[in-house]
Design a protein around this ligand. Structure first.
Ligand code: KIV
Length: 279
C-alpha cells in the first residue's frame, strides 16, 4: 500500500517529521522506497542534475513523464509526486488540469507539484477539484529564476515575508496537501509552518518545517557542478564512481578483467569438435 496524502497530513498533526527525496530513475527510486521514505518527488531538477541543462526551464513534460514512469515502476510504498515543468500550468486552469492528468494517467504518479502561490491558486483548485492531489512550492521557485534575478534567499523583507505567508495560505485554501518552502529564512519558514494546517516541506528553510526535501544527487555527492548551501553531502559518490571506473579501465588494459568467473565456456566435447572443424 502506498502512503496517502491523508497520512502525510496526519504526520504534521502527530508532530512526525517528514523526510522527502527526489528520484529520477528506477534503481535509485527502488532504494529510496525500500528505505521507507514516505514521499518521492520526481523534480524538474532532473534538468540540471541528470540532463545537464543550466536551469530547470528547458525541461519538457515528455522528459518529466518518461522519468516519472521509471520512478513509479521502482516503487511500491512511497507516494510519488511529479513536478509540472515550466509552461505546463501557466496558460490556464484547463491547461494545468490537462497536464496534471497526464502525470496521473500516463506516468502513474499519485500527485503533482507546481510552483507559485496566490497567482496559481485558481489552477491548484481546479486540479484538486478533479481529484488530483497538488503539492505547492513557494519561496525560491527555480522556474522563475530570471524574474527573481538568481538563486537568492526569498522573503527577507517584511513585505516579501508577508507575501509568502499569503501565498502559503492561498495554496492551503485552494486544496494543496503540502507546500515546499525553498530558500527562505528559517524564522519565516517556522512562522508559515505555524500558520497553515498542511505540512511544509523545507529545502534551505531551516529546522522549523514539518519536513525536509533534498535532491538525491546532492546528498550522495553525485552532482559536483556546485554544492548548494542547503545541501549536506552524506557521501562523495562522484569520487567513489571515479575510482571504480579507473580501476575497471586499468584492469581491462592489464588483462585483469574479465576472469574465468565473468566468462562463459563451451562444453569440452563441443570445444574439441569445433577445433577439428576449424583446423
Ligand atoms: O525540482 C526539484 O527537485 C524541486 C525541489 C528542489 C523541491 O522542486
Amino acid at each position: 500500500m502506498r502512503v496517502t496524502i491523508n497520512q502525510v497530513k496526519g504526520m504534521k498533526k502527530k508532530g512526525e517529521k517528514i523526510a522527502m527525496l527526489t528520484a529520477y530513475d528506477y534503481s535509485t527510486a527502488k532504494i529510496i522506497d525500500e528505505a521507507d521514505i514516505p514521499l518521492i518527488l520526481v523534480g524538474d531538477s532532473l534538468g540540471m542534475v541528470v540532463l545537464g541543462y543550466e536551469t530547470t526551464i528547458p525541461v519538457t513534460i515528455e522528459e518529466m513523464i518518461h522519468h516519472t514512469k521509471a520512478v513509479v515502476r521502482g516503487t511500491k510504498r512511497s507516494l510519488i509526486v511529479g513536478d509540472m515543468p515550466f509552461m505546463t500550468y501557466h496558460l490556464s486552469a484547463e491547461d494545468a488540469l490537462r497536464n496534471a492528468a497526464r502525470f496521473i494517467q500516463e506516468a502513474g504518479c499519485q500527485a503533482v507539484k507546481l510552483e507559485g502561490g496566490v497567482t496559481v491558486a485558481e489552477k491548484v483548485r481546479r486540479v484538486v477539484d478533479c481529484g488530483i492531489p497538488v503539492m505547492g512550492h513557494i519561496g525560491l521557485t527555480p522556474q522563475s529564476i530570471h524574474q527573481l534575478g538568481g538563486f537568492k534567499v526569498q522573503g527577507k523583507t517584511p513585505e516579501a515575508a508577508i507575501k509568502l505567508i499569503k501565498d502559503a495560505r492561498a495554496l492551503e485554501e485552494a486544496g494543496a496537501f503540502a507546500i515546499v518552502l525553498e530558500t527562505v529564512p528559517a524564522q519565516l519558514a517556522s512562522l508559515i509552518t505555524q500558520k497553515v494546517d498542511v505540512p511544509t516541506i523545507g529545502i534551505g528553510a531551516g529546522i522549523g518545517c514539518d519536513g525536509q526535501i533534498q535532491i538525491i544527487n546532492d546528498i550522495l555527492g553525485l552532482f559536483t557542478d556546485f554544492v548548494p548551501k542547503h545541501a549536506k553531502q552524506y557521501t562523495k559518490l562522484a569520487e567513489i564512481i571515479h575510482n571504480v571506473v579507473s580501476e575497471y579501465a586499468s584492469e581491462v588494459k592489464s588483462g585483469g578483467f574479465p576472469t574465468d568467473q565473468n566468462s562463459f565456456f563451451l562444453d569440452e566435447s563441443v570445444a574439441a569438435e569445433l577445433s577439428k572443424l576449424t583446423k
